[in-house]
Design a binder for this molecule. Structure first.
Ligand SMILES: [Zn+2]
Length: 231
């Protein structure tokens, strides 16, 4: 039943334990990030294709789309904004997030079939979320109720799925659980398997340090297999 692409997608974003929650892709056109030289105000921006070597804050401009209208998803945009601006999040790695209607990146909440379509060639099986090029797509059902494998609360799940997918947008790959009882890296595919780790919506210091080098291509396209970031 699984297509080759589906298997690749599973490997790319779900981890090895029979699922994952998101995928990323390829096939996108130029994905620009707006970076701000440290000496200027944040309103003066310079478009770049990657953040390679950028020493100062890197501005990531995004817009939010919610393709659902039920009460359970009503606060999607506000939770995205709060999570991205949270001092426990990717701001620690020198990223400044700005919401704008004409932003190059989109953080979308959609129903399973839409996410499935938008995440191609990753296969989200109608339930996983993904990042592919300039798009982060969160599946609405998971936003509503998390997953059976998640041992934290729903608020933390929502923060985790945003930080995980935006971590992919920043160029990060998956990480493993260091061992039972340790705090999960945010880049562990926690939606599907915690491997004994404690649920965690925020990047660990090692993940912050990796992202803070600003040498990863932003908004990567489709990446077959499951590239890993190591400590
Ligand atoms: Zn992932």
């Amino acid at each position: 039943m699984l297509t080759a692409l589906g298997l690749l997608a599973l490997a790319a974003c779900g981890g090895g334990a029979g699922g994952h929650q998101l995928a990323r892709d390829a096939g996108t056109t130029s994905t620009s990030v707006t970076s701000t030289p440290p000496s200027t105000s944040t309103s003066a921006t310079v478009a770049t294709t990657t953040s390679t070597g950028t020493p100062g804050p890197v501005v990531v401009r995004y817009r939010v789309e919610r393709h659902a209208d039920d009460a359970a998803t009503a606060d999607f945009a506000s939770v995205v904004d709060a999570t991205l601006h949270d001092p426990r999040g990717w701001t620690r790695a020198g990223f400044v997030f700005q919401q704008a209607d004409d932003a190059p990146y989109t953080i979308l909440l959609g129903e399973g079939p839409e996410v499935q379509q938008r995440c191609r060639p990753y296969d989200t099986y109608g339930k996983y979320s993904c990042q592919i090029g300039p798009l982060v797509a969160i599946t609405a059902d998971r936003w509503r109720s998390a997953t059976p494998e998640w041992t934290g609360d729903l608020t933390a799940y929502r923060q985790m799925v945003i930080d995980h997918e935006v971590g992919h947008l920043l160029g990060l790959h998956h990480r493993d659980c260091a061992g039972p009882g340790t705090v999960a890296p945010v880049m562990l595919p926690q939606s599907t398997e915690l491997h004994g780790c404690l649920p965690n919506p925020w990047p660990l210091p090692a993940e912050v340090a990796r992202a803070a080098r600003h040498d990863l291509p932003l908004a990567p396209g489709y990446e077959p297999g499951d590239p890993r970031d190591t400590p």
